[in-house]
Design a protein around this ligand. Structure first.
Ligand code: COA
Ligand code: AMP
Length: 648
């Protein structure tokens, strides 16, 4: 079913968006009434603070109170807060808001006993288990700043985040479970702590029955033992008063250099924006079931597995499984039917993998999907074929919406809670309140509708978006605010049509998107360049039918290297996995004689990508030696690989 739009929805949306820009204080001041405050802010927005102003200055509040305690106080204690569904362990668990409160109060007390105070950082390196959600909320409860690290990263990546965040305590588990293997998290943590310069005082370890971890005496503490004694001793603590502009969490994301960027999320702005989005973007009411099939290690998981649904008094599904293989391509439809999911949110790559296994969607027929009202997509470009396929099969509105770790919630989408707008497949819809989205040319001037350029957001950013990077305000200014003065640079390229619909066409930097995961090719190049046999290298993202893109590394060997090229290639693949992690999905390294460069020495990555993707390409006039491009074109072909086949 395509979205049935009404003219009144278009007018209502336009009025909402126009007001949010004309009267931001009035708009967000009203939205903030949905939140319970300990002390009201003295200013909805203060333009004199921070890099571009700060929201809800002077307010005092607590996110955990609004996400948990408040619902129990208001009579939702027996409603399910979390539905944990883990096909990889064969476990299901229904956790009510009252039970969630008990767990979070107790864990917050435990953290306090371990010396964690307001403002201290806590790194959470955990699989998709309820304890990970308890941990995030327990930090919020005492005003500690959590930093969740995705399980698919290697020890070196975890170490870099530990060094940057300097946590007092690390919360982890013995293992994560992938369909093909058990991932021993604890040895990765131990290795990370060997690599890191910073040493946390304690590590709280959740032992999972699938794999018991060895504990380091004096540092590691058993989660279950401490939980038991904390419950027995009634060690629970109440919500701490937290400043509206205090950080709630740091979430690291890929930047253009090897050092990840610590995106800071503040407290009240995030809460207000998420509450608004749950009602007006996703169209959710308290008591309904929302399922974001992502991972708590990503921003989507932070905002729409944990905080958004719980702030709105909804039930959230925590799914420890995959779209296929756990056990089959009907897994998503089983979960929707079993829990009565109203709105599902996933990445297009998940649908592409389901479509590949079950192109007729026959497995949908085994399940009653009548509860499902809408499907939201984000994380990467949603190709129109996939959008149309799933619209046809599910017969509910399918909404592509665009956002970034930095923004914390959607920049553009289709606000179903206001009323569905007509949006063509391939477009990510219209700007959400507070976002003045413009497409700029290289000189920073807005281009006319229909022309592609750099997508930028006029300052100030709305509530929920990052105020800065952790301990790196200069990097924030340089990376986002300097190129286009008065704007935030998204580093995405896109086009706005005459009706105000936005289409994102790709990145303007070296970030690639692999299965909805954001990765830096620059970071991979740093790993490859450090290999003893490699003189120089280039990594590009090449098209992949399932993952959207996968990385492909071209290596030039140092003169005199007499190892077989295949051996260096294998070592390169292993090293990226070791240094960055399996999530990089780096499986293709190709030794070549030379890299194509301009006369000024710049590697022509854009042309290499076009060649690898078998797109039309022309020889750039500035190329140093045109023959190199033929060699580059020949290498993947000689190996029998193309973008489509890389992952086969
Ligand atoms: N812990 C440890 N390892 C992990 C992991 C985790 N939490 N998540 C993924 N990995 C590993 C995988 O096992 C895989 O390892 P392998 O190379 O040994 O096979 C590797 O990282 C790459 O993972 P991924 O890119 O996810 O590929 P996949 O083949 O396992 O799964 C999809 C493909 C499409 C099913 C999967 O990527 C998916 O569900 N994507 C949805 C994306 C998403 O949720 N994005 C968030 C934004 S909405
Ligand atoms: P992340 O910070 O990991 O959420 O990745 C953000 C990036 O993913 C964006 O800058 C885009 O490049 C891409 N992205 C996210 N959502 C979409 C979308 N709906 N359409 C196109 N690209 C998207």
């Amino acid at each position: 079913m395509t979205i049935s739009a009404t003219p009144s929805a278009e007018a209502a949306y336009r009025a909402v968006h126009a007001r949010s820009l004309a009267d931001p204080q009035g708009f967000w001041g009203e939205a903030a009434r949905a939140v319970e405050w300990i002390a009201e802010p003295r200013a909805v927005f203060d333009p004199s603070l921070g890099a571009y102003g700060r929201w809800f200055v002077g307010g005092i509040c607590n996110v955990c109170h609004n996400a948990v305690d408040r619902h129990v106080n208001e009579g939702r204690g027996q409603q399910a807060a979390i539905l944990y569904d883990s096909p990889v362990t064969g476990t299901r668990r229904r956790i009510t808001y009252s039970e969630l409160l008990g767990e979070v109060r107790t864990l917050a007390g435990t953290l306090r006993d371990l010396g964690v105070e307001k403002g201290d950082r806590v790194v959470i390196y955990m699989p998709m288990v309820p304890e990970a959600v308890f941990a995030m909320l327990a930090c919020a409860r005492i005003g500690a700043v959590h930093s969740v690290v995705f399980g698919g990263f290697a020890a070196a990546e975890l170490a870099a985040r530990i060094d940057d965040a300097q946590p007092k305590v690390v919360l982890s588990a013995s293992c994560g479970i992938e369909p093909s293997r058990i991932v021993a998290y604890k040895p990765l943590l131990d290795h990370a702590l060997e690599l890191a310069h910073h040493t946390p005082e304690r590590c709280l370890i959740l032992q999972r029955p699938e794999l018991e971890a060895a504990m380091v005496p004096g540092r590691d503490i058993d989660w279950a033992t401490l939980r038991g004694s904390a419950y027995a001793g009634s060690r629970g603590v109440e919500c701490a008063p937290v400043g509206a502009t205090d950080p709630l969490y740091i979430l690291y994301t890929s930047g253009t250099t090897g050092k990840p960027k610590g995106v800071v999320r503040d407290t009240a702005g995030y809460m207000v924006a998420l509450r608004w989005s749950m009602e007006w973007l996703y169209g959710m009411k308290p008591g309904e079931v929302f399922w974001s099939a992502s991972d708590i290690g990503w921003v989507v998981g932070h905002s729409y597995i944990v905080y958004g649904p719980l702030l709105a008094g909804c039930t959230t599904v925590l799914y420890e499984g995959k779209p296929v293989g756990t056990p089959d391509a009907g897994a998503f439809w089983r979960v929707v039917a079993e829990y009565g999911v109203g709105v599902l949110f996933t990445a297009p790559t998940a649908l592409r993998v389901i479509k590949k296994e079950d192109p007729q969607a026959l497995r949908m027929r085994d399940h009653d999907l009548s509860s499902l009202r809408a499907l939201f997509l984000a994380g990467e470009r949603a190709d129109p074929d996939t959008v149309r396929w799933i619209e046809d099969k599910l017969k509910v509105p399918v909404v592509d919406h665009w956002w970034q770790t930095e923004t914390g919630w959607a920049i553009a989408g289709n606000p179903l809670g206001i009323g569905a707008l007509e949006v063509q497949a391939g477009s990510t819809g219209v700007p959400m309140p507070g976002y003045r989205v413009e497409v700029l040319d290289e000189a920073g001037h807005p281009v006319e509708p229909g022309r592609t350029g750099s997508v930028a957001i006029g300052l100030p950013l709305p509530p929920g978006c990052l105020p800065t990077l952790w301990h790196q305000p200069e990097r924030f200014a340089e990376g986002y605010l300097t190129e286009f003065p008065g704007y935030y640079k998204t580093a995405d390229a896109g086009v706005i049509d005459k009706d105000g619909r936005l289409t994102i066409v790709g990145r303007t930097d070296d970030i690639i998107n692999v299965a909805g995961h954001r990765l830096s090719t620059g970071e991979m190049e740093e790993v490859l360049a450090a290999l003893p046999d490699v003189a120089e290298c280039a990594v590009i993202g090449v098209h992949d039918a399932i993952k959207g893109e996968v990385p492909c590394g071209f290596l030039v060997l140092k003169s005199g290297v007499d190892k077989p090229a295949a051996q260096v290639e294998r070592e390169a693949v292993a090293q990226v996995r070791e240094q960055i992690g399996p999530v990089a999905a780096f499986r293709l390294a190709l030794v070549v004689g030379r890299l194509p460069k301009t006369r000024s020495g710049k590697i022509l990555r854009g042309t290499m990508k076009k060649i690898a993707d078998q797109d039309d390409w022309t020889r750039p006039a500035t190329i140093e030696d045109p023959a190199v491009l033929d060699e580059i074109a020949e290498t993947p072909r000689a190996r029998g690989v193309s973008g489509e086949k890389l992952d086969a």
